[in-house]
Design a protein around this ligand. Sequence first.
Ligand code: AMP
Length: 213
Amino acid sequence: MEPKVLIMGPPGAGKGTQSTRIAEEYGLEHITTGDALRSNKEMDISHLDAEYDTPGEFMDAGDLVPDAVVDAIVAEALDSAGGFVLDGYPRNPDQAEALDGMTDLDVVLALNVSRAELIDRLTGRRVDPETGENYHVEFDVPDDDAVRERLVQREDDTREAVENRLDVFEAETEPAIQQYHDHEGYVEIDGEQSPDAVWSDIDAAIRGKVEGS
Ligand code: AMP
């Protein structure tokens, strides 16, 4: 079974954690625009004549990187993928339309989490620069003192950038999610549960959609 899975939801909903698990358990390619862009923060995109000349500047402000850049990343990744889980894209209705022209999806997961919970999760998130592992100042403190001392906050997890990212989500990404409401693979998942409970709902949803089709 190599389903084509899209996972959508606001920043901080747990898309990264859950999509990593989906990819592992189902043996799927994990395609994530956030990670792809973080590895290409300094890319010269001045030819697009947008507000900034590199992806990193959009990201640090919590704004969306221009569609042309992300559409190309996803098109190239999908080209070589069989089954996949796509995370972080599409983030606006135009990207949803572009994706529609690239592939057919089997499952569309929409993770729901309240804004207040997202702010707590994101502003408290810290990253280990050596391993890339995520922690949280309250909910997930590392046992190892050395790890705790080297944790850093992502530039876009500051309060100001987080508020902006959530505003961008509500204005641009929510309308894109709406477009999938009538998709036969569409399932809403309660993202406020524990990661294991969310996983269990996701696993059941994927099996239900793939076996039911
Ligand atoms: P993420 O790790 O998914 O929260 O993405 C981090 C940042 O990368 C976002 O705040 C955007 O600046 C940028 N980004 C990721 N995916 C996209 C996308 N599909 N369209 C535009 N910008 C994106």
